[in-house]
Design a binder for this molecule. Structure first.
Ligand SMILES: [Zn+2]
Length: 403
C-alpha cells in the first residue's frame, strides 16, 4: 500500500504531465513518468473521480495495434476563486482549471468604513454569492486566494499591515478558514504579488523569469518575480517599493514615513497633480472605485487642460525616478505597469522613460522593457485564482471526488 504522500505526489505528477503535454494514453503516461501501468490506471481513475481528468476517444490516425483511449486534463467543473480587495472596491473572479471564467463581479465597498470588522462580512457575502453561482453552473469551488494591499503573513493568513485600509494584524485568513475551510483551502496574499504572478503566468510577458510588476491602485505596491518565483523576502514584505524613499523631505505617507514613492505616484498624488480642484472631493468619496476617481483626469487631459497635462508630466517624471531605483535593484527583463498607470500612460510615459534612463545605470535600463499590463484592473484576482489552482496541481486530493 503506497503512503498517502507518495500517492499525492504521483497524482500531482500525472496531472501536471497531462496539463503540460496534452492528451496521453495510460501507457504513454507510464512511460514518461516511470510509474507502472497498474499504478497509472489507479491514479487516472482517482483523477477522473475528482473531475480533474477525462477520457477522450482514441486518435483516428493510430494505425498500429488496438487504438488506446487517451486521457486529458478536464477541470471544467473544478473552479478556483480570486478575490481582490482595495480601497473602494472588491473584485471576485472564478475560473475553471482551464482558465475559463465562470463568474466575475466587481463592486464598490467601503462607504464610511474600510475597517476589518466591517469588511469581513462583505467579503464572506461576496464569496458565498460566487460559490452559489459556480454551483448553479454545476461547478465546485476548490480553492480561493484573497488579494489585499498590504504585508501578509501567508502561513498564518494575517494581514500584518495594510496602510491604505488602516488594517493592523487583521486575521483575515483565519476568519475565512472558519467560514469556508471545511470545503476548500483559503489563502491571503499581497495584491501586487498576485498581479505579478498573473503577469508571469498568462500576461503579455508570460514566462519572463525576471519581472517586476508595479501596481498603483490607491497606494503603490510591487510584485517581484525572480527566476520564475514570486520573491517574498524573510517576512513577506519584499517588493514594497511604494515605500522606498525618493524625497528626503517629502510628503507624509500612509505608512507613517515621509517622502515615499507612493506620495509621488499614488492615487492621491495623481489627483492633486492633475485635478487639484477635484482631488479632495474625489479622495473623500470612498465608494468611488479608483477607475472612477481617475476618470476626470483622463477627461481633462483629452481636452488638453494645461493643469492636467502639466500635472501628468510631473507624475510621469516621478514614476520614472522610482522605476530607475527598481531597475537598478532587481535588474529585471520587464517592468509591467498596472492599476491605473496604463490609463494615463498616453500623457505620462514620455517623461517616465526620460527620467528612467537618466537616473538608472545604462546596463540595467538597456536590458529592461517598461510595458503596460494587458490584464486590466483584475490582475490581482486573476493571480488569486492561479495561486489557488497551483495548490490543486500540487495536491489533487484537495479536490473532493464528484458526488
Ligand atoms: Zn510609505
Amino acid at each position: 500500500m503506497e503512503h498517502l504522500h507518495v500517492r499525492r505526489h504521483n497524482l500531482s505528477l500525472v496531472l501536471r504531465l497531462l496539463s503540460s503535454h496534452g492528451p496521453r494514453s495510460r501507457a504513454g503516461v507510464a512511460e514518461v513518468t516511470g510509474l507502472t501501468r497498474a499504478t497509472v490506471s489507479s491514479l487516472v481513475a482517482d483523477l477522473i473521480e475528482r473531475g480533474l481528468v477525462k477520457e477522450v476517444g482514441p486518435k483516428s490516425d493510430q494505425r498500429l495495434g488496438r487504438p488506446a483511449t487517451l486521457v486529458q486534463l478536464d477541470g471544467s467543473r473544478v473552479v478556483t476563486m480570486g478575490i481582490e480587495l482595495d480601497v473602494g472596491f472588491i473584485s471576485v473572479l472564478c475560473n475553471d482549471l482551464a482558465g475559463t471564467t465562470v463568474y466575475q463581479r466587481r463592486r464598490p465597498v467601503g462607504g464610511a468604513s474600510m475597517a476589518f470588522a466591517d469588511l469581513l462580512p462583505v467579503i464572506v457575502r461576496e464569496m458565498r454569492r460566487a460559490i452559489a453561482a459556480v454551483e448553479a453552473a454545476d461547478g465546485r469551488v476548490a480553492g480561493a486566494t484573497v488579494a489585499v494591499p498590504g504585508i501578509v503573513d501567508m502561513d498564518r493568513g494575517v494581514v500584518r499591515r495594510a496602510p491604505n485600509l488602516g488594517w493592523l494584524d487583521a486575521p483575515l485568513g483565519e476568519r475565512l478558514r472558519d467560514e469556508f475551510g471545511a470545503t476548500f483551502p483559503v489563502s491571503v496574499d499581497n495584491e501586487a504579488n498576485l498581479s505579478a504572478l498573473a503577469e508571469y503566468r498568462v500576461g503579455a510577458s508570460a514566462g519572463v523569469a525576471h519581472l517586476v510588476y508595479i501596481l498603483a491602485v490607491n497606494g503603490v505596491g510591487g510584485g517581484v518575480v525572480v527566476d520564475g518565483e514570486v520573491f517574498r523576502g524573510v517576512s513577506g514584505a519584499a517588493g514594497e517599493v511604494g515605500h522606498m524613499t525618493v524625497q528626503s523631505k517629502g510628503a507624509r505617507c500612509a505608512c507613517g514615513s515621509t517622502g515615499c514613492w507612493e506620495t509621488t505616484i499614488g492615487l492621491r498624488a495623481l489627483l492633486y497633480d492633475a485635478v487639484p480642484d477635484l482631488a479632495p472631493g474625489l479622495l473623500r468619496d470612498s465608494r468611488l472605485s479608483p477607475e472612477a476617481k481617475v476618470a476626470p483626469v483622463i477627461t481633462r487631459a483629452r481636452a488638453n487642460n494645461p493643469i492636467a497635462i502639466r500635472g501628468l508630466r510631473k507624475f510621469g517624471r516621478w514614476l520614472g525616478v522610482g522605476l530607475s531605483n527598481v531597475v537598478d535593484s532587481f535588474n529585471p527583463e520587464v517592468i509591467v505597469l498596472g492599476g491605473f498607470l496604463p490609463s494615463v500612460a498616453e500623457w505620462t510615459m514620455g517623461e517616465t522613460l526620460k527620467a528612467f534612463h537618466e537616473n538608472s545605470m545604462p546596463e540595467t535600463a538597456a536590458a529592461c522593457r517598461v510595458e503596460l499590463t494587458t490584464l486590466g484592473f483584475t490582475a490581482g484576482a486573476l493571480g488569486g485564482t492561479l495561486l489557488a489552482s497551483e495548490r490543486l496541481f500540487a495536491d489533487p486530493t484537495l479536490v473532493p471526488p464528484l458526488g
